[in-house]
Design a protein around this ligand. Structure first.
Ligand code: XMP
Length: 342
């Protein structure tokens, strides 16, 4: 609508005034906030923006390709994709404590991002001055998708957990370490406004209204030690669950079960149970489906998904994902259970 159109025009002008002819780096995660920030900044300054997308090997099925298709394929933005899966999985080998896993993933993320950012900052040394002022310089700005609630949380008033949760994204001290100035165009917006802005900027509805996904990704949805084999099985099972949540509609409200839940995902349990398939016995892994309804993620109810949906999902996972022969549904609310299993 026209109000959002005005808002975009104003925000674009502000970004242009702040950035001038300088270069900007942005850490793109594929989540709502960084995606909308990237789209807005790209609208304002085009190729002066370079996004860095770190693939830690713990993303959902095809997630990296989807981010690239959108930002490079459709928006024609510059994106540096860093495949660091081996590095992350290597450091996670043998580690099963949830907080230890989070620390490793957070630390590696910062390392990989810093290394990528440094190459972009250093480009100034080789490129600038070649023919005057308008050439490609090294980056001088770090853009972040910080939104208003993040600003309040990190102001000290917020609770400790909320701050920790954000620690992989709003990597504290990074601008100083890299010698970069901060660019945070979403600082004044609430989540709903960020979503509206994203749609107005042409981002797909499914990207803008996606459930939240934790920074450590599948790293905390594979219980205990993380292995590539587990991640590959989990990705396929989870994609089936999410697909069917989109397919099933609630008659009364006309909404899909994806829309009716706040967060839904699959958890990989590294235990084997016996099953039967055809004439043979199977001895394979178990997954748990988790779906919750909540307004603030501090408390949450397990979602009363229709049996028909659960039946469809379990049938598909067991038939289509060889290696998983049992599907369970988590009927625990928060508190005392948490939303994630780790
Ligand atoms: P819990 O499991 O604590 O989750 O009930 C509440 C919300 O926080 C998300 N979550 C995380 N997000 N890094 C994140 O970025 C994390 O380490 C992390 N742990 C939990 C969780 O997905 C849910 O939305």
């Amino acid at each position: 609508d026209w109000i959002m159109g005005d808002y975009i025009a104003e925000a674009v002008e502000k970004i242009r005034a702040q950035v001038g002819k300088e270069e900007v780096i942005l850490g793109l995660s594929g989540g709502v906030d960084s995606s909308v920030a990237a789209a807005l900044i790209h609208r304002a300054i085009g190729d002066q923006l370079t996004c860095v997308f770190v693939d830690h090997g713990l993303l959902r099925l095809n997630e990296g390709d989807m981010v690239m298709d959108m930002f490079v394929g459709k928006l024609h933005a510059k994106v540096m994709r860093v495949d660091a899966s081996d590095q992350f999985l290597g450091h996670l080998a043998g580690v099963s404590d949830p907080e230890a896993k989070r620390k490793i993933i957070g630390r590696e993320f910062v390392e990989v991002f810093k290394a990528a950012a440094r190459t972009l900052v250093a480009q100034g040394a080789t490129n600038s001055g070649a023919n005057g002022s308008a050439v490609v310089k090294g980056a001088t700005f770090l853009a972040q998708g910080t939104i208003y609630p993040d600003v309040i949380e990190s102001g000290g008033a917020g609770n400790k957990k909320a701050v920790t949760i954000k620690s992989h994204h709003n990597v504290g001290g990074l601008p100083e370490q890299l010698g970069l100035k901060l660019l945070e165009p979403l600082r004044e917006l609430f989540k709903d406004e960020v979503r509206e802005l994203g749609v107005a900027l042409g981002l797909p509805y499914n990207m803008v209204y996606r459930h939240p996904f934790p920074g450590p990704g599948l790293g905390v949805r594979i219980l205990g030690e993380v292995k590539k084999e587990y991640a590959d099985l989990l990705r396929r099972a989870d994609a089936i669950f999410i697909e069917e949540l989109h397919n099933f509609k609630d008659e009364a409200s006309g909404k899909t079960w994806y829309q009716l839940t706040s967060q839904a995902f699959t958890v990989f349990l590294p235990v084997k149970s016996v099953g039967v398939m055809g004439d043979g016995r199977t001895y394979d892994y178990v997954v748990a489906l988790r779906a919750v309804q909540t307004s603030d993620f501090m408390t949450a109810d397990w979602a009363e998904l229709p049996y028909a949906l659960l039946k469809k999902v379990s049938g598909r996972i067991i038939n289509e994902v060889r290696g998983i022969n049992r599907v369970t549904y988590d009927v625990s609310s928060k508190p005392p259970a948490t939303i994630e299993w780790e």
